[in-house]
Design a protein around this ligand. Structure first.
Ligand code: PLP
Length: 273
């Protein structure tokens, strides 16, 4: 596998990042996961915009987007695959032990992982831990993901594939790696960004293409919603057939099925919307 590191394509077996890289020692980094279909990255411009926003939020220098685009193209060309996930990681770089950054500049790694098309439906659990809607990292796609790792492990213990968080005021927020939508009386709703959720790219496209509304929703809405679905780069639109001990008998329901269809059609027609 060829990856991009320090300005060049390298063999992943021999590529090395410092053990003092702040991405490793203090989780000082940001990332993007970009779907690549037949070697073409989906919605790359939106991912690069979010990468820049996350970098600014963390006080990292703006990434060189020309280099990032070249890196993505080179990695995709070197590792042909029908469906893949580009992983862009950008960290504070080599620095002293502790939280102060060094002066060697950031580290950029672009790698490609395999992925498979997700099933149309899945089950989720809610977790007792909260997303902080007013934290320094809220809304940034940082590599400080351990909270998501713990919550996802909880989901797996219950035979589910995703864990959903509420925020500190009891509002529905998001999943560990996905945004959440609910259908109420035929209308689609998703939590607003001030709930503390990530500005998901799939979330934005689905909202634009289906007319979904941003609505403050209590976590309890999951008990009564007619339909529930998740969105993410790797799930696309995925219906929820079970939340905790509640079965949603006919998943995907008609509104979710339509959203799935619209997303599949529009995203296939425009690779960089
Ligand atoms: N929320 C979180 C916490 C995520 O990590 C992700 C994606 O990884 C999403 C939502 C969905 O975002 P996107 O649609 O851009 O993949």
């Amino acid at each position: 596998m060829k990856i991009w590191l320090d300005g060049a394509l390298r063999d992943s077996e021999s590529a090395r990042v410092s053990v003092f890289d702040h991405g490793l020692t203090v989780g000082d980094g940001i990332f993007e996961t970009v779907k690549a279909v037949a070697g073409r990255p989906f919605a790359l411009t939106r991912h690069l915009d979010r990468l820049t926003r996350s970098a600014r939020g963390l006080g990292l220098p703006d990434p060189d987007l020309d280099e990032v685009r070249r890196a993505c193209a080179a990695v995709l060309e070197a590792n042909p695959a029908p469906l893949g996930r580009l992983r862009l990681t950008y960290t504070g770089g080599h620095g002293p032990l502790g939280s102060d950054r060094g002066d060697k500049g950031p580290t950029l790694v672009v790698a490609l992982g395999e992925t498979a098309r997700r099933p149309d439906t899945t089950s989720v659990v809610t977790v007792p831990w909260t997303r902080n809607e007013r934290g320094a990292l809220t809304g940034l796609k940082t590599t400080s993901y351990a909270e998501n790792v713990v919550a996802l492990a909880r989901a797996h213990e219950h035979g589910a594939t995703e864990a959903l968080f509420g925020n500190t005021v009891g509002a529905l927020c998001e999943g560990t790696g996905s945004n959440v939508f609910v259908v109420l009386d035929g209308e689609i709703h998703t939590p607003p960004l001030h709930s503390g959720c990530l500005a998901g790219i799939t979330r934005r496209l689905v909202a634009e293409w289906t007319g979904a509304k941003e609505t403050d929703l209590p976590l309890d809405v999951l008990r009564e919603a007619d339909e529930i679905f998740l969105t993410s780069t790797l799930r696309d639109v995925q219906a929820v057939h079970r939340v905790d001990d509640r079965e949603l008998s006919a998943a995907p329901g008609p509104v979710t099925a339509k959203a799935m269809r619209i997303f599949d059609e529009r995203s296939a027609a425009d690779i960089d919307p």
